[in-house]
Ligand binder design. Structure first.
Ligand code: MRU
Length: 367
């Protein structure tokens, strides 16, 4: 995807091959600042502080963090220490554990001297695979968007998305945004309703930013607006991402996703989830009972950050000084509210059999 007209990925190796650079997403949309990650601690901190965020990018960053740690200490204890540090950085996105497991497996049989190189090669592969997965989600989702555009008979197609499951959340393309970018390339007339996504405002800050850079028509809305728009026939379909989806199809995604799915079901609006296979947790079946939900600092709810007229960023309090606040990062949308998954292997029902049909080699009981 493009920034100021230049195509780039969200994470890349530095010239010396010993670290990576990424975009500091806490500075967007007001400043484009890159961040060098030169240790496992740097990578874990960047994930914890959400300088990098979005399930696939969290996974890619963690894999590089492990590789960088192995440059310093390639022994078993160094590997284990870095793994534990990184896996604890955030709890909900299963891509974090998945990418670390892939990388640890890749180095397990290597001699100690080869471990760092093997881990870097694995992290590079995770990134390349993520791009291919997102591109394939784009192709399969394009079919859905084309059919939806035909259904609305030539008028502009209105799509609602929540949080940022875009280019910035992945290595390239995004998951929920890939079909949107492909549809626009194909000349489909579309417009995106962007949920602001309080408290961290990933929609207002990040999705809006990348849609601006890609020249996609969009409107930022307050989180409570989606249901109203759906009742008025102003949303033709919803598409969101996921941080962890169970083997039976329950979807953990950014807080507020569930409410959009409820409104979509009530109003008959299709609700799609863009689902890359590394976001499937095949070990879990019951999303509500089993998916760990991140709780973050209450300050993210009590304060907002914004650009003032003087061109500087300020944090301002919006609640009474003594009101407690709760900050749940994710919610679980039960499979029954999801119209379909858009995966890299095609579109399927949000159910155990739907997922098993596309990923027979991974489905529980088959390996
Ligand atoms: O807390 P965040 O910003 O990491 O949450 C991101 C989301 O909820 C995305 O929708 C999800 O990671 C899918 S990204 C393709």
């Amino acid at each position: 995807m493009k920034i100021a007209g230049r195509a780039m990925r969200t994470i890349w190796r530095t010239a010396d091959g010993r670290s990576v650079e990424t975009i500091d997403q806490t500075r967007l949309p007001h400043a484009f600042v890159t961040l060098r990650l030169a240790s496992a601690e740097d990578a874990a901190r960047a994930i914890r502080e959400m300088r990098v965020r979005g399930a696939p990018l969290i996974g890619a960053t963690a894999a590089y963090g492990l590789a960088i740690a192995l440059l310093e200490d390639p022994g078993d204890s160094g590997l284990e220490r870095a793994y534990q540090l990184l896996v604890a950085a955030r709890p909900t996105a299963v891509n974090l554990r998945w990418a670390l497991d892939e990388t640890r497996r890749a180095v397990a049989i290597a001699s100690v001297g080869d471990r760092a190189a093997r881990a870097f090669a694995c992290a590079d592969q995770i990134c390349d695979d993520d791009v291919a997965i997102c591109r394939a989600i784009g192709e399969h989702g394009l079919g859905l968007l084309r059919a939806a555009a035909e259904r609305v008979g030539g008028r502009r197609l209105n799509i609602l998305t929540h949080c940022n499951a875009g280019w910035l959340a992945t290595v390239d393309w995004g998951t929920a945004t890939a079909p949107i970018y492909r549809a626009r390339q194909e000349g489909i007339d579309l417009h995106v309703w962007v949920d602001e996504t309080r408290p961290r405002n990933q929609g207002a800050a990040l999705t809006a930013y990348e849609l601006c850079e890609e020249g996609v028509a969009h409107t930022v809305i307050a989180d409570n607006t989606g249901g109203h728009l759906m009742q008025r026939g102003l949303v033709d379909l919803c598409i969101v991402g996921t941080d962890r989806t169970t083997a039976r199809g329950d979807v953990a995604n950014k807080i507020g996703t569930y409410l959009k799915a409820v409104a979509a079901r009530d109003t008959g609006v299709p609700f799609y989830v863009a689902l890359p296979s590394p976001s499937i947790d095949w070990t879990l079946t019951d999303g509500l009972a089993q998916i760990p939900i991140e709780q973050r600092d209450a300050r993210e709810v009590t304060h907002v950050t914004g650009l003032a007229e003087d061109g500087r960023l300020y944090d301002v309090r919006i609640t009474p000084a003594h009101s407690p606040a709760a900050n749940y990062g994710f919610d679980v949308t039960p499979a029954r509210l999801v119209t379909a998954f858009v995966t890299e292997r095609g579109v399927c029902a949000a159910s155990a059999s739907g997922l098993a049909g596309l990923f027979p080699e991974r489905a529980p009981g088959t390996h």
